[in-house]
Design a binder for this molecule. Structure first.
Ligand code: MC0
Length: 146
């Protein structure tokens, strides 16, 4: 079952410039940042609000660290902007199976590592009316810093 919007992923050319933009425009602050080598990104999580499942919703700013990763490819084709939406769940395997049982393609046969050791999978944008959809199971759902 999906219980929150976990985050909205935004492709950025310059992570620090985007962080500064959101700080000045809306007062959002970075609560977590990391490099995810497998995904090829440097990223920052900006917490927006708590959610009634005990977790939270974030903006996730993503800058590519190499030319062949998904974010670099997206920036080249589309420029900066919203890259994906991520739904939070207590069970990413069950949420993925619920989607694939309706004919939607999952991108990974098994969950991979996301931000803060979360478990993630993606649903193909061509099967989701143009929206790259991520499913996220937090390592610790009560962890407000994701
Ligand atoms: C590509 N397409 C998209 C899209 N990316 N549509 C909507 N939103 C996106 N983000 C469309 C293209 O426009 C194209 O449509 C078609 O999908 C094929 O795209 P492509 O440019 O040829 O790219 P592919 O097929 O090589 O790769 C697309 C795919 C890839 C979604 C499979 O980006 C992928 O594997 N994504 C999952 C991993 C990921 O996104 N990682 C970065 C975030 P047309 O009509 O032109 O054919 S990492 C993350 O988020 C982690 C750290 C976390 O949250 O914790």
């Amino acid at each position: 079952m999906i219980t929150r919007i976990d985050h909205i992923g935004i492709a950025c050319r310059d992570l620090d410039a985007s962080i500064e933009f959101y700080r000045r425009a809306h007062g959002f602050e970075v609560v977590h940042s990391e490099v995810n080598e497998e995904q090829g990104v440097r990223e920052a999580m900006l917490r927006i609000n708590g959610t009634d499942d005990g977790a939270a919703s974030y903006l996730q700013l993503l800058e590519p660290i190499r030319d062949d990763c998904a974010i670099a490819k997206y920036l080249e084709k589309h420029g900066e902007g919203v890259h994906h939406i991520a739904f939070g769940t207590a069970d990413v395997v069950a949420a993925t199976e619920a989607a694939t049982s309706t004919g939607i393609r999952a991108l990974y046969p098994a969950p991979r590592r996301g931000t803060s050791n979360s478990s993630i999978n993606f649903l193909h944008p061509k099967d989701c009316h143009g929206v790259l959809t991520e499913l996220v199971q937090a390592a610790d759902p009560a962890d407000a810093h994701h």
